[in-house]
Design a protein around this ligand. Structure first.
Ligand code: GLY
Ligand code: MN
Length: 494
């Protein structure tokens, strides 16, 4: 087992046996090689494989004659011999439909020019052999990849069957990338071996790689029917997590770090129904709601305060929900809380009404912000008036809104981040787009420009929408939105 701690081809230290492990005498090593039954892997079939094949065909068509390399990424050490949970790169998932715990670190998808198209190979780590070979002790000795440490991986044949992609061992990757020189574009920064074998180009070469990222990102803008199904499921699980949280609110109020109880309650649902979380749960009670991404979650949850919960379950397919509700912890909004809530609700409703194919992506934000600015003006918080505050060279209302009102949603919570301005923020909505509408108002606890009663109140309402042929469908309609409905719903669950 002395070779098990050597650097592997990922450039990461492949942790095998640790320094303090018991030595394996030859007789034991020999015994480990025998006496195992054949087993078939217990994995659900990959339902999205046929859709991923179409996406690979689109890559092939866009980059004729070029080699395209899309790694899954690898494990990241948390400390010593423990890693963070593995989550493959979204571009890799999109092109393979790889699922949850079946995903294998350090996999690499290679499109090799072949005739008029490409042959596509998935280089991956197959199941370790039990009878010796280069990784002979791996199945019981390797803490990072060994079957007896982290679970069984698919054999190459099982991977090819599950995903419908020809599969080869990762050891063959170097030869494949060093072989016949085709112009090569790589998703960089995910796999140190790939990065080393295909040195980063400058000038036109760098632009070519940026273009690949852009293409991969933009090809995720319109979701196909299978992706919509995955997003419906992810949002459905997310809605269930919100129900769970309301059922636990009373318990949370009795704890010093009640926000953690809220986080844990949601996260339990995420692990039960999906792969996990699309992003760290934001459980922000009281003035913490004024911090947009409050993920510390170390505060109390007090009756009389609001709880802003912004959370999303990531399904086993790695598609995620992203929903926010701002809830009165005691079950009833105070007058001032309700005033703020109702203004955000009106803004969100205006934003939702602006969703339709052909609308500009920015329209829903503009509609929501107009309502917000007019409301703030009525409250005397915009000295120059709403119109002046809305002017692009002012934006004074943004002191209280801080960020945009929504984003594309998919494999990433903030999906399609490498898309060009003209195809996303400055583009038009189209059937198959999935996005959030999530305006908010945040009155910082130390903001001396607002009346004291508003300070420390933060409200965001966020729902997920599918753009359809003639409008938009709310995927998170399983949760109430209006203040009265929220109160009634909470009463029914407690
Ligand atoms: N749910 C977190 C965000 O959209 O930023
Ligand atoms: Mn969001």
């Amino acid at each position: 087992m002395g070779d098990m701690g050597d650097d592997d081809m990922t450039g990461n230290r492949a942790r095998g046996a640790e320094k303090h492990d018991h030595a394996v005498p030859a007789a034991l090593a020999e015994a480990f090689r025998h006496g195992w039954a054949d087993t078939a892997i217990q994995a659900p079939p990959v339902s999205g494989a046929a859709y991923a094949a179409k996406r690979r065909a689109a890559v092939s068509e866009r980059f004729p004659g070029e080699r395209i390399v899309v790694p899954s990424g690898g494990l990241k050490a948390r400390s010593n011999d423990f890693d963070y949970a593995f989550r493959p790169h979204s571009a890799f998932v999109h092109l393979t439909a790889e699922q949850g715990t079946q995903a294998v670190p350090d996999s690499v998808l290679v499109f090799e020019p072949d005739g008029n198209g490409h042959s596509v190979t998935l280089f991956t780590r197959p199941r370790s052999p039990r009878d010796g070979g280069p990784d002979g002790a791996g199945f019981y000795g390797d803490r990072r990849y060994g079957e007896f440490w982290v679970g069984r991986r698919r054999t190459l044949a099982e991977t090819a069957d599950a995903l419908g992609i020809e599969s080869a061992p990762r050891e063959d990757l170097e030869r494949a990338l060093r072989g016949r020189k085709a112009p090569t574009r790589v998703v960089r920064g995910e796999d140190s071996l790939v990065d080393a074998l295909v040195p980063p180009a400058s000038g036109a070469g760098a632009e070519a790689e940026a273009e690949l990222l852009t293409f991969l990102s933009e090809s995720r803008l319109v979701k196909d029917e299978w992706e919509v199904e995955q997003l419906r499921a992810a949002v459905g699980h997310t809605v269930a997590g919100f129900h769970d949280v309301v059922g636990e609110l009373d318990h949370a109020t009795g704890l010093e770090r009640g926000e953690r109880w809220i986080e844990g309650t949601f996260n339990r649902r995420a692990r039960l129904e999906g792969y996990g979380l699309g992003f760290e749960t934001i459980a922000a009670a009281g003035a913490h709601a004024c911090v947009l991404h409050w993920m510390r979650n170390d505060g109390p949850v007090r009756t009389g305060d609001l709880l802003l919960l912004d959370a999303g379950v990531e399904a086993d397919s790695f598609y995620t929900g992203d929903v926010t509700r701002t809830l009165p912890v005691g079950g009833r909004f105070t007058d001032v809380q309700r005033r703020v809530y109702d203004l955000v609700f009106a803004a969100q409703s205006a934003g939702i009404a602006a969703l339709r194919p052909g609308a500009r992506f920015g329209d829903f934000h503009a509609a929501a912000m107009r309502v917000i600015a007019e409301g703030l003006d009525e409250w005397g918080l915009l000295p120059g008036g709403a119109e002046a505050a809305l002017a692009p060279d002012s934006g004074l209302y943004r002191r209280f809104t801080l960020c945009g009102s929504g984003h594309m949603l998919g494999l990433d919570c903030h999906d399609c981040a490498a898309a060009r301005r003209q195809s996303y923020p400055d583009g038009l909505l189209a059937p198959g787009h999935v996005l959030t509408v999530e305006p908010g108002l945040y009155f910082q606890p130390d903001d001396l420009t607002v009346p004291e009663e508003l300070r420390g109140i933060g409200v965001r309402i966020e729902d997920d929408f599918l753009i359809t042929a003639d409008g938009a469908q709310c995927l998170s309609s399983g949760l109430p939105r209006a203040a009265d409905e929220v109160e009634a719903w909470m009463a029914s669950l407690r």
